[in-house]
Unconditional design. Structure first.
Lengths: 337, 424
């Protein structure tokens, strides 16, 4: 078994899939010769040739639209959008096309594409290299949304996404590409090589979509999180010595509702954490589901900790980020409730 | 259909993927770039029919010849004062870039982008336009702000996201904005400014105004749908707008072939839209000035938009986050056949007898000192650090004109967190 950071794990997943399936092709801005601005596709063009791994014009509409067409032909495209903040010019192709091909053709055409894109803040990227737009996609019928929180999960989930016959948005939390960030930006981040989930098999394996991961078992309350925020939440819980159950959702659509229900029936309390803006964020959906399905088990109101409803600011990044203080306050409130 | 296959006896299809001239370690060969003699390109009337000037979309408008003399019909015949301003602004821009690039390396800010080698493509147009004309820049037109006299200290304040930053620390460094100088707020999303510039120009026409708009993007960005939407609107409404495409050959690691340059020029995009197109030596500041002046005159007299391709070279990395030696030959910049805009204008001015090496060296020193003074002054307002230069409530201002209840609550939350997280 190898030690990998999240980029290497993603690269390994892509490599495995390129090798197993000739129909897997990759395209995106700067992903070919250069191997991507975050190096996720490094070495793959050299290995598989430039008709399977290639650079594209700077047109996200073109990248996603072409992927839909290639998928219709029978390929399994894995386009990269350089930053999730740049996915918007491709929205029409995703929302009106990829998401509905199967439905409107009664299954004659499908869009088996996996759009990979780094997302989230915490790198001083300002408003256009920091956004978390996942709920714009979870709101669309026909799209799956996957967000890993470790190298091990990233590889297994990416393989399952590529093998999935429906369009998948695979958002990579770039703040944790190199290590599990706990929300303390002024402390050094432990690298993945020192973390259990940095152990990643070189060979093919998959983690099925729609299965959450209970990263910490506990009785006091349930924390629902994904991506970077899993680690931030774990850090606060440890600090406060709360016996929380932390569920890493891994897939937002389809959601592992059973894991959520079982946990809340046990704990009776629920905290939802995400970095994305609050209003109409995925936390709103989670909160509604928990209220609808677990109301009689709840002992305290559900709390949401999120990014603020502003564009991601540059200099006030750490004031914006839903870090340990914001999470800590919410935990207090729930536990006293 | 006869039942017979239409695809017999053909070779299997194959996909073409563009490949640049050279990669790291390869010898550089620019011999395919045709550099026509300066002064040979005809200068049509400003009200010429686009159909009658299509050749200029494939040619290269050049004024400065090999010896630095200004020749031919496109010579804008600038006076000494104008030449001096042009030279100094380019030198100042370069000095600014050098110092702020270093500041990023020293950890004073998060990010920086230089325009080395491309200074002429923003400074010459800024001089040829009226200061009241509206410009919609990309992130590489710092030269326009410098030419329009924006205080360097303000630029550095923005780059450091400090107390003095007029944009309240919200924007990534170099994403400037100055309404006073008719300089539109820069977006991180490529080419979005293109249709906006057309809209501004249409508004000016609706109101019977006399101001025109000018917009810039890189050659890579012409692939975005926004570019083509802008061209369509521009031509349909004959909008008083100048479309500048700065073809610096590279878009991060992707060479211009990934935006279509293997097949035609960027100026030739104009032809399909029935628009005037000019392809200009972007390292010849006099040619760039002349082309802008021509296009501005055309726009101002209701003759419509012009697309100008500035053929130039990105002499350094894309940004402080980029290392170009990973994807292109490092000799390209020195071998670039169109030289350096500052050197070329300097040679020209020496030839005219209005400039010499000593004065040039003195100017270089002077602009470096000016930049240094500006950075020192700005540093008094702080450097990026952990960004506590702005009061937290400013984060919630300007999302809307008025603060709704949920942002007010979130603002209170942020201020409460500040007291816990940063008690000092
Ligand atoms: C919509 C969008 N997609 C992708 C990016 C990422 N990106 C930033 S700059 C750049 C290259 C632009 O190249 P070009 O247009 O040639 O301009 P240059 O940098 O050469 O001046 C890319 C791909 C972006 N900022 N916006
Ligand atoms: Mg470019």
């Amino acid at each position: 078994m190898a030690r990998m950071n999240m980029i290497q794990a993603i690269n390994s997943a892509l490599d495995n899939m390129m090798e197993r399936d000739d129909n897997v092709v990759m395209m995106g801005e700067d992903i070919g010769y250069f191997g991507g601005v975050f190096r996720a596709t490094a070495g793959l063009q050299e290995k598989y040739g430039k008709t399977r791994v290639f650079d594209t014009p700077i047109s996200e509409c073109g990248i996603i639209g072409a992927a839909v067409g290639m998928g219709a032909y029978g390929l399994r495209p894995v386009p990269e959008i350089q930053f999730a903040d740049y996915i918007y010019p491709g929205m029409d192709q995703l929302i009106s096309e990829a998401a509905r091909l199967r439905y409107r053709s009664a299954g004659e055409f499908t869009a088996p594409i996996t759009v990979r894109s780094p997302f989230g803040g915490g790198i001083f990227g300002g408003q256009t290299h920091s956004q978390s737009p996942e709920s714009m996609f979870t709101h669309v019928s026909g799209l799956k949304t996957v967000i890993p929180s470790t190298p091990y999960d990233a590889k297994g989930l990416l393989i399952a996404s590529i093998e999935d016959n429906d369009p998948v948005l695979f958002f990579e939390p770039k703040r944790i590409y190199n290590g599990p960030f706990d929300g303390y930006y002024d402390k050094p981040v432990q690298p993945w090589s020192k973390h259990d989930a940095g152990e990643v098999p070189d060979d093919y394996y998959r983690i099925d979509l729609g299965k959450a991961n209970i990263v910490r078992e506990g009785d006091d309350l349930t924390v629902l999180a994904y991506g970077t925020m899993v680690h931030v939440a774990l850090g606060v819980i440890k600090e406060q010595g709360i016996d929380a159950e932390v569920i890493d959702l891994r897939t937002l659509v389809p959601l592992d509702i059973e894991a959520i229900e079982q946990s809340i029936e046990k704990t009776g309390r629920c905290l939802i954490v995400h970095e994305a803006t609050r209003t109409s964020g995925f936390g709103a959906e989670l909160s509604a589901l928990v209220q609808e399905r677990c109301f009689y088990h709840l002992e305290a109101p559900i709390e949401r900790v999120t990014g603020f409803d502003t564009p991601y600011p540059h200099s006030l990044e750490w004031a914006y980020f839903p870090g340990p203080v914001r999470i800590g306050e919410a935990l207090d409130k729930i536990m006293k409730g | 259909m006869t039942g017979e296959s239409a695809k017999t006896n053909l070779p299997p299809l194959s996909l073409h993927v563009p490949e640049p001239r050279s990669r790291p370690g390869d010898p550089v060969d620019f011999s395919d770039i045709i550099v026509p003699n300066a002064g040979k390109q005809p200068r049509p009337d400003e009200n010429a029919d686009p159909k009658d000037m299509m050749d200029l979309s494939y040619d290269l408008v050049r004024v400065l010849d090999e010896k630095g003399a200004a020749v031919g019909p496109w010579d804008p015949k600038l006076n000494e004062k104008q030449l001096l301003k042009m030279l100094r602004d380019m030198a100042l821009t370069r000095a600014f870039d050098e110092r702020l690039y270093r500041a990023q390396r020293q950890g004073k800010t998060s990010f920086y982008m230089k325009c080395r080698g491309e200074e002429a493509t923003s400074i010459a147009p800024a001089m040829a336009l009226d200061s009241e004309d509206m410009v919609f820049p990309s992130y590489r037109q710092q030269g326009i702000l410098i030419s329009r006299g924006y205080p360097l200290v303000e630029m550095v304040n923005q780059i450091y996201s400090n107390k003095g930053d007029k944009l309240k620390g919200r924007q990534l460094p170099i994403m400037y904005c100055s309404r006073r100088l008719n300089f539109f707020t820069i977006s991180g999303n490529l080419a979005t400014q293109y249709p906006q510039a057309v809209g501004w120009a249409m508004a000016s026409a609706i109101k019977g105004d006399s101001r025109i708009a000018a917009v810039w993007c890189g050659e890579g960005s012409t692939a975005e749908s926004d570019f083509h939407a802008a061209m369509t609107f521009g031509t349909v409404y004959n909008a008083p707008c100048i479309f500048n495409v700065v073809n610096n050959q590279w878009a991060i690691s992707s060479f211009s072939g990934f935006a279509g340059a293997e097949r035609t020029t960027f100026a030739a995009r104009a032809i399909g839209y029935g628009m005037a197109g000019l392809r200009v030596d972007g390292n010849d500041p006099l040619a760039v000035y002349a082309a802008t002046q021509w296009a501005a005159q055309r726009a101002r007299t209701n003759q419509g938009p012009t697309l100008i391709e500035h053929f130039t070279y990105r002499a350094e990395g894309h940004s402080t986050s980029d290392d170009p030696s990973a994807y292109r030959s490092s000799d390209e910049a020195t071998e670039w056949p169109l030289g350096d805009p500052i050197e070329r204008l300097k040679t020209h001015m020496i030839g005219l007898g209005i400039w010499d090496e000593e004065r040039h060296a003195a100017m270089d020193e002077e602009v470096a000192t000016e930049v240094k003074a500006a950075t020192k002054e700005a540093e008094k307002n702080g450097i990026l650090g952990h960004g506590l230069h702005q009061p937290f409530e400013t984060m919630f201002e300007d999302v809307f004109e008025e603060l709704p209840w949920h942002l007010r609550e979130q603002s209170e939350q942020a201020i409460r967190e500040r007291e816990i997280k940063w008690p000092e």
